[in-house]
Design a protein around this ligand. Structure first.
Ligand code: A2P
Length: 318
């Protein structure tokens, strides 16, 4: 079954479900390439990477092998997202960073290029885990203008941001010639992003989500989704898994989903969310789940750093 698509504010279409490749520490390239090939075989067409993840080359290799194997007949059949990391969040470094990303992926263009975090760090900083002492003032207007240039040059079909608050999006919208098509943020039943979703809807910005299953096991993750009693009860009553309930819930909220699995069985399981529904009762129970942001952006703020607190990073939207 083909995965449905949403149309973004620039008229481009994006599949509503894709596969993420963020693993820390970075996995061996063959593991990523194999998982992406299996995902393509199963019908996934959207893949998410980032300069930071060190999975761009392996993803590019998978696309090239998929073409050789005839799993896809043209590069246009896949939707590739990558992200500009904080050390390149400087106006003059955006275009070279995208060119490097394209070189890694062996692609002529991206489908989507995102500012990974609303944070600039020194160009020679350790990238991850980030050190708050390396954070400097971000020239958001300069960086966004350079992102617009990337799209105008045809190096990416859409541009957007990740981990941006309503306030920071409003700032970009106040000067943007090309508004962000996407804000990619953490969202799942234990962090539902009500306010941000309302804001983005009003402004025509599509939300895509990471950690739809809570990214259990990752440094930035939580087990609260996969171990949720509420979700387990709903899953049992429907003969589905907790992961499927979490993904179905996100799909019904109208967001684009980026979920990570490098396991063929789970990749397959995660596709089985389109031909059944949650009841109103289920949705109400999920709406009542206590809310906690798992990925606070630790490492970008400290009392002595440029960004002083978690509230500052998220403009109080925590
Ligand atoms: P794995 O790659 O071994 O399948 P998120 O999508 O929120 O980032 O979560 C990713 C984590 O959830 C990974 O550890 C992934 O492990 C695991 N995962 C992905 N799909 C499922 C599933 N259907 N059931 C249980 N765990 C899953």
């Amino acid at each position: 079954m083909a995965i449905t698509e949403v149309t973004m504010n620039n008229g481009e279409k994006m599949p509503v479900l894709g596969v993420g490749t963020a693993v820390y520490p970075p996995p061996p390239a063959q593991v990523v390439t194999k998982a992406v090939l299996e995902a393509i075989e199963l019908g996934y067409r959207m893949f998410d990477t980032a300069a930071l993840y060190q999975t761009e080359q392996a993803l590019g290799e998978a696309i090239s092998q998929a073409l050789d194997l005839g799993l896809i007949t043209s590069r246009d059949e896949v939707f590739i997202v990558s992200k500009l990391y904080c050390n390149d969040n400087h106006a003059d470094r955006v275009l070279p960073a995208l060119q490097k990303t394209l070189e890694n992926l062996k692609l002529e263009y991206l489908d989507q290029y995102l500012i990974h975090w609303p944070v600039s760090i020194k160009v020679d900083a350790v990238l991850f885990p980030p050190n708050p002492a390396d954070v400097v003032q971000m020239d958001i207007k300069g960086v966004w203008t350079a992102m617009e240039e990337c799209q105008t040059l045809g190096l990416t079909k859409s541009i957007g941001v990740s981990n941006f608050s309503c306030k920071k999006l409003a700032d970009i919208l106040s000067f943007a010639k090309i508004p962000p098509a996407i804000n990619q943020v953490e969202m799942n039943p234990t962090w539902q992003q009500g306010k941000l979703r309302e804001f983005c809807k009003a402004k025509g910005i599509t939300i895509s989500i990471y950690s739809p299953l809570g990214a259990a096991g990752a440094l930035w993750g939580t087990k609260s989704v996969l171990e949720s009693k509420v979700l387990k009860e709903i899953a049992d009553s429907k003969g589905k898994s907790v992961a499927q309930v979490a993904l179905r819930w996100a799909y019904e909220q109208g967001v684009v989903i980026v979920t990570k699995s490098f396991n063929k069985g789970r990749l397959q399981q995660n596709l089985d969310i389109f031909d059944w529904k949650l009841s109103d009762e289920d949705t109400k129970k999920i709406a009542a789940i206590p809310q906690v942001r798992a990925n606070e952006g630790n490492g970008y703020f400290s009392e002595t750093g440029h960004i002083k607190s978690v509230e500052d990073l998220w403009d109080g939207e925590i």
